[in-house]
Design a protein around this ligand. Structure first.
Ligand code: ASP
Length: 277
């Protein structure tokens, strides 16, 4: 099986920029090389950690701020082989929320929220880290919320045919403190042995559609990944929702779609051409 990888850096209401494309391209190339010697699960954690560390994206460092000016981050991971999901919701002051979610995959309790998630991270050795950037503070002060780049996600299929997905976000920005993002729910991040999907866009709409899990189950029920995306996005378009998604099937098909002006993404075409948008 030839390994496959697709990353996204959020769905936005503005056209992509050269610098944004350069960041996602660079991270894609590192993650693609990593996938050659690692599992899909290890690779999505690696790729999302790099995206979280890049302050251009709304996840980890550079996360958007909630109404009270605080960064509360959410991230999830799903191992398609085991069909197991884990997440942290509204975690604070850690560098890589996705790595905390990864640890929870090994626990009996798979989803932790708020202070409890932060406390768990400290217990596991994650040091205090302030993810708030000056740029996001400025955006928060101006209540300016038109974004090009946003939430991040990675989907991978490894040489053994296993799928995995991870998604991480700082949220919508200016939301009520404690609001729960789709990025830490199976509607925004879902995988089984047949397909894996990561979503971005308006979290509430992704939740209403249960989009990631819906696309994956359609593949399990016999649709191709392309058909599953087309059918699911028809409803998204009919409702004028603002959502983007990326996915890979166990056959190695890669699909991405968005109803927004732009979806930041990096992947290879079936002819191995590197596509950056
Ligand atoms: N889906 C994220 C949320 O609503 C935001 C995004 O994808 O940019 O929390």
């Amino acid at each position: 099986m030839k390994p496959k990888l697709i990353l996204h850096g959020g769905a936005g209401s503005r056209k992509g920029t050269q610098i944004g494309k350069a960041f996602i391209k660079n991270i894609y190339l590192q993650a693609e090389a990593y996938l050659k010697a690692h599992s899909a699960l290890e690779t999505v954690i690696y790729a999302v950690s790099l995206l979280e560390d890049c302050e251009y994206f709304n996840a980890g460092t550079g996360s958007k701020l909630q109404q009270d000016g605080k960064a509360r981050m959410s991230a999830s991971v799903m191992d398609g082989r085991l069909q197991k999901f884990a997440a942290v919701i509204n975690i604070e002051n850690v560098k890589n929320p996705v790595q905390v979610a990864r640890l929870l995959l090994e626990e009996k309790d798979h989803v932790l929220c708020g202070n409890f998630a932060t406390h768990y991270a400290r217990k596991k050795g994650f040091d205090f880290y302030d993810p708030v950037t000056l740029r996001q503070q400025k955006i928060w002060r101006k209540k300016f919320n038109v974004s090009v780049y946003g939430t991040v996600g990675a989907v991978a299929l490894d040489a053994n045919g296993n799928l995995a997905v991870a998604t991480s976000t700082g949220g919508r920005g200016h939301e009520l403190p404690g609001r729960v993002s789709d990025s830490a729910m199976p509607c925004g991040n879902y995988a089984n042995a047949d397909a894996a999907v990561s979503c971005t866009g308006i979290g509430e709409q992704i939740i209403h559609e249960s989009l990631a899990s819906k696309i994956v189950i359609r593949v399990t029920d016999g649709a191709s990944l392309k058909q599953a995306f087309q059918k699911s996005f028809k409803t998204v378009r009919d409702k004028k929702y603002e959502i983007g998604a990326i996915g890979i099937s166990k056959k190695g098909d890669i699909v991405c779609d968005t109803t927004t002006t732009h979806l930041s993404a990096a992947y290879r075409s079936s002819k191995q051409k590197l596509l950056i948008q």
